[in-house]
Design a protein around this ligand. Structure first.
Ligand code: PGA
Length: 248
C-alpha cells in the first residue's frame, strides 16, 4: 500500500454469468464495506441490472472496455458515454485479453482512455509482460513502454488507475514473487511521477493476476500496491470480500 491512498479492489467478471447470476453476485458483495473502495465490472449487458442491484451500496460498477469514439457507425461497440449513462463510473482498458483477442495496441488504449476521461469515467489501464518477456529480463522495460504509450496526458491529474497484470499470471494460479511485484510497482510509480509529477504520487497502482484470499494480504502489503484487479476470485462473493478485507 501507499500511505494516504485508499485501496481499490476491482472485480473483473469477464464474459461470465447470466443476468440472474450477475445480480446474485452483486447482492453478495453489496454489504462489503471495508477500508477499500470496491468495484465490479460485469459484461456490458448486465451493467444496468448490476447497477440496480447495487443501488444504495458503496460498490461501484465499471465496464470492461469502451470504444474510442463518442458515437458512430461502430457495430457491436459501446461508448464511454453509454457506460456512464448506464450507471458505470469506471472502465477497464487494455486488458491483456483485449490486447491479444482484439489486437489492441498502446495507441488504441490511449485513445480509449482519452474518451473515457472525456466522458467522466475513471479508466483502469492494464499493462503487463508475457512470460517470455519476463524470462528475457524485459518485464520492467515492457511495462514502462506500455505506460508511456497507453496513458494519455492528464491521466494522473484525472485520477486514472493503472493495473499491473503479468499476462502469465492471469487465470493460472501463478504469481510473481513479492519482490518482483514490488519492483515493478516501484518502477511504475517512478515512471508516472517522472511524467505527470506530483499527482502521480496518488495514482492507484493495482496488482492483478491470480489474486486470491490466500495471497491477498501479502500482495496488498507491498509498497505501491494500492489494490487489486481480481478475475476468477471475484466470481465468488465470499472470496472477493475476503480480498477486500485484506486491503484494510
Ligand atoms: P485472475 O484474472 O484473477 O483470474 O488471474 C485477473 C484479470 O484478468 O484481471
Amino acid at each position: 500500500m501507499t500511505p494516504g491512498i485508499r485501496p481499490l479492489i476491482a472485480g473483473n467478471w469477464k464474459m461470465h454469468g447470466t443476468l440472474a447470476e450477475a445480480s446474485r453476485l452483486a447482492e453478495g458483495v453489496k454489504g462489503g464495506a471495508t477500508g477499500a473502495d470496491l468495484l465490479v465490472c460485469p459484461p456490458f449487458l448486465h451493467i444496468p441490472g448490476v447497477v440496480s442491484a447495487l443501488r444504495g451500496s458503496s460498490v461501484a460498477v465499471g465496464g470492461q472496455d469502451c470504444h474510442a469514439a463518442a458515437k458512430g457507425a461502430h457495430t457491436g461497440d459501446v461508448s464511454a458515454a453509454m457506460l456512464c449513462d448506464a450507471g458505470a463510473t469506471h472502465v477497464i482498458l487494455g486488458h491483456s485479453e483485449r490486447r491479444a483477442d482484439h489486437g489492441e495496441t498502446d495507441a488504441d488504449v490511449r485513445a480509449k482512455a482519452e474518451s473515457a476521461l472525456a466522458a467522466g469515467l475513471t479508466p483502469i489501464v492494464c499493462v503487463g509482460e508475457t512470460e517470455d518477456q519476463r524470462l528475457a529480463g524485459e518485464a520492467e522495460h515492457v511495462v514502462e513502454a506500455q505506460l508511456a504509450g497507453s496513458l494519455p496526458d492528464g491521466f494522473a491529474e484525472a485520477g486514472g488507475v493503472v493495473a499491473y497484470e503479468p499476462v502469465w499470471a492471469i487465470g493460472t494460479g501463478r504469481t510473481p514473487t513479492e519482490d518482483d511485484i514490488a519492483a515493478i510497482h516501484g518502477a511504475m510509480r517512478r515512471a508516472l511521477v517522472g511524467r505527470f509529477g506530483k499527482p502521480a504520487e496518488a495514482t492507484r497502482l493495482l496488482y492483478g493476476g491470480s489474486v486470491k484470499p490466500g495471497n491477498a494480504v501479502a500482495i496488498l502489503a507491498l509498497p505501491h500496491v494500492d489494490g487489486a484487479l481480481v478475475g476468477g476470485a471475484s466470481l465468488v462473493a465470499a472470496d472477493f470480500l475476503a480480498i477486500a478485507q485484506a486491503a484494510g
